[in-house]
Ligand binder design. Structure first.
Ligand code: HEM
Length: 392
């Protein structure tokens, strides 16, 4: 049994996960979920259509009200065929080629954020780079003006409170208020793009059509909030972890500084070594036998990318951080119909930020000890991650 309520569990998840994965492909947790741990089982759950989207908010104790209703309308919570329709319209607007065209502006954003840190010789990798880069990039993609960015970010952060373990009345009011403000703001933005389309992703979403079918304003609002929400915490965590790993493994940092063809494998290895999504969940719609394990109808099944990404059946030397690994395919972006549509964008942000760091720094030193936030499905450090940047 994995004790997710034990704060110590979160400070070193890999030791208990490795022991549990050694014993069995699945483990129960104190919150009553059956977790798939090994890589093969994780992929099998995510790709099997008999497992449906689980109601994450209900699992957190929120079963009614506007926030719960919003959550039902986002892609995460939908199943085929409704999910297929939303997803295909988004995929048309969100192609890897479109992301590649954005690379120069992503790099410019990374430089804008990092330049003052190079000058100061120190950086909060989570609160500054991690927080601001995904927010700037998504805002640029959606065409949200610089002046509205911080307000928008406060709303999406408040919305994230809905997924914390303890949601008291005050926090619930903040979440509901954020959703109401965000909805008004997004609806207005959408209306403006309908009237005068631009080059941004939102204009493309407004225009995206599949067999004459377009997203309604309500669906577009859900999509905008879903994208901002899904893009922020995840990429923030991955950027901070990348900086931590460069500091902890100076010889690996030197390897990629000397040979920039290792940039992309460094990102994949970062995403594998510290998979930022601790879990995502599904509901068994019928009795299922999955690779020999019996799962009863109605069981909530979690999948655990940080376990799968260190599965010795899939990876040699799984607990070693090695930027020269080939064919990594990290499980952190999920698999199957819900697999992350933002993976190319997240990779582009990580790669551009890494390129800028390597151009300016010969090494990085941790200024504080690593403290992970307990009980988070998107992993992050407790408060900050301050590092010293040694110039090249
Ligand atoms: C390192 C960064 C990221 C990680 C680790 C990550 C991880 C994931 C995972 C594991 C899923 C699947 C969840 C499930 O199966 O239940 C997912 C879905 C999703 N992600 Fe990401 N993500 C990242 C960045 C992004 C970005 C930048 C965007 C937006 C552009 C984004 C948008 C989404 C959306 C909209 C979904 C729902 C897809 C669906 O339900 O079909 N993600 N992400």
């Amino acid at each position: 049994m994995l004790d997710l309520n034990d704060p110590d569990f979160w400070q070193d998840i890999h030791t208990p996960l490795a022991a549990a994965m050694d014993a069995a492909a699945f483990a129960s947790t104190t919150d009553g979920v059956l977790y798939a741990l090994r890589a093969e089982e994780v992929e099998a759950v995510l790709k099997d259509p008999r497992f449906l989207a689980a109601d994450l908010l209900a699992m957190m104790g929120l079963r009614q009200g506007p926030v719960w209703a919003w959550w039902q309308s986002v892609m995460f919570s939908q199943n085929p065929p409704e999910h297929t329709r939303l997803r295909s319209l988004v995929s048309r607007a969100f192609t890897p080629r479109a992301i590649d065209r954005r690379r120069p502006s992503i790099r410019a954003r990374a430089e804008q954020i990092l330049d003052p840190a190079f000058e100061a010789g120190r950086l909060d990798a989570q609160g500054n780079l991690g927080h601001r880069l995904p927010l700037s990039v998504m805002s640029d993609l959606l065409g949200i003006p610089d002046t509205d960015r911080d307000t928008f970010s406060n709303w999406t952060t408040d919305l994230g409170l809905a997924f914390s373990a303890a949601l008291d009345t005050e926090a619930r009011a903040r979440v509901e208020n954020a959703l109401a403000e965000l909805t008004l703001y997004a609806a207005d933005l959408i209306e403006r793009r309908r009237r005068s389309p631009g080059e941004d992703l939102l204009s493309a979403l407004v225009a995206a059509e599949d067999g004459g079918d377009q997203l309604s304003t309500t669906e577009l609002v859900a999509m905008v909030t879903n994208l901002m929400f899904a893009a922020h915490d995840t990429t923030r965590g991955a950027l901070a972890v990348m900086v931590m790993l460069l500091a902890q493994h100076p010889e690996q940092m030197q390897a990629v500084r000397a040979d920039r063809s290792l940039l992309s494998s460094t990102i994949d290895e970062t995403l594998r070594y510290e998979a930022i999504t601790f879990s995502t969940s599904r509901l068994a719609s019928e009795d299922i036998v999955l690779l020999g394990t019996e799962i009863a109808a109605g069981t909530t099944v979690g999948v655990c990318p940080p376990a799968a990404s260190r599965d010795p059946r899939r990876y040699e030397r799984p607990h070693e951080f090695d930027v020269r690994r080939v064919d990594i395919r990290p499980p952190t972006f999920g698999a199957g119909v819900h697999s992350c549509p933002g993976a190319a964008l997240a990779r582009a942000e990580l790669e551009e930020a890494l390129g800028v760091i390597l151009d300016h720094c010969s090494s990085i030193e941790l200024e504080e000890s690593i403290r992970w936030m307990p009980l988070t499905h998107i992993r992050r450090f407790k408060d900050s991650l301050w590092v010293r940047l040694v110039s090249a």
